[in-house]
Design a protein around this ligand. Sequence first.
Ligand SMILES: C[S@@+](CC[C@H](N)C(=O)[O-])C[C@H]1O[C@@H](n2cnc3c(N)ncnc32)[C@H](O)[C@@H]1O
Length: 284
Amino acid sequence: MLAEVTRFLDIRPGQTVVDGTLGGGGHCHELARLVGDRGRVIALDRDPAAIARAERQLSGLPILVAQASYCELPLILNEVGCRGVDGILLDLGLSSDQLADRGRGFSFSSDGPLDLRFDPGAGKPAWQLIDQLSEHQLAELIYQYGEERFSRRIARKIVARRKSRPIRTARELAELVRSCVPHSNKHPIDSATRTFQALRIAVNDELGRLEKALQILPECLLPGGTLVIISFHSLEDRKVKHVFREHDQLEVVTKKPLGPTISEQQTNPRSRSAKLRAARRSKQ
Ligand SMILES: C[S@@+](CC[C@H](N)C(=O)[O-])C[C@H]1O[C@@H](n2cnc3c(N)ncnc32)[C@H](O)[C@@H]1O
């Protein structure tokens, strides 16, 4: 949703903007072009692989890259002596590079470890979580974060299976989940999707970080600056919608969330569930 992002951020040469979720650097590259040599993009990602790639591929552009969570933006602005920025973008979820890296467990068919961490240096991998949680805790997690109706059945099967042989790879978990969830022709997504989403949200504390960001990021904007957030599931979108409406310093720019165009959905099927919301920091 590059066109929509740049339209709402309304970037002008010389401005300072933040890409809080650098990923493969597609958005960041365009932001850097728009701010030009007199401006600056501050690009953050928790994933050290995304940072290393950006350092190789985006060198020479006016981009300051740092491995950090977007929640740490105030700290980073302080370090670089910046008192506020003109725009902030959060494009939540996982990147195509993470999905393609078969050593990290994001792809359901991968035989690498079921890790699912954005930052492999922090927290516990998903395989450890499913080894340690009780059946009840697993069912709750899969239900709350995956909105999965068959969560109890999946949790029961994980616990039965791990007694004889622990689950270590994405492929093993995906096969187990598929055997618990009836395939639906109405929803042609892989039936393992919701369980993987739930585990990914848990190991990365995605909702906790988003909540924190929604509290602190408006303060990082200069008056008139814009915050654009693209979310990929209703748990995130509900939080964004609520804070955008309630925050006393934000004016909602998108009355309804925007989705990708038909042609973007065709070229990038993963964009189908994307919802973009934008809000502007009030001038006074
Ligand atoms: C959908 S991708 C971003 C894609 C990017 N906009 C592009 O053009 O390629 C999301 C990225 O956000 C990163 N991420 C997730 N949570 C984060 C957080 N709390 N702080 C910083 N980065 C985060 C992930 O590691 C991933 O690389």
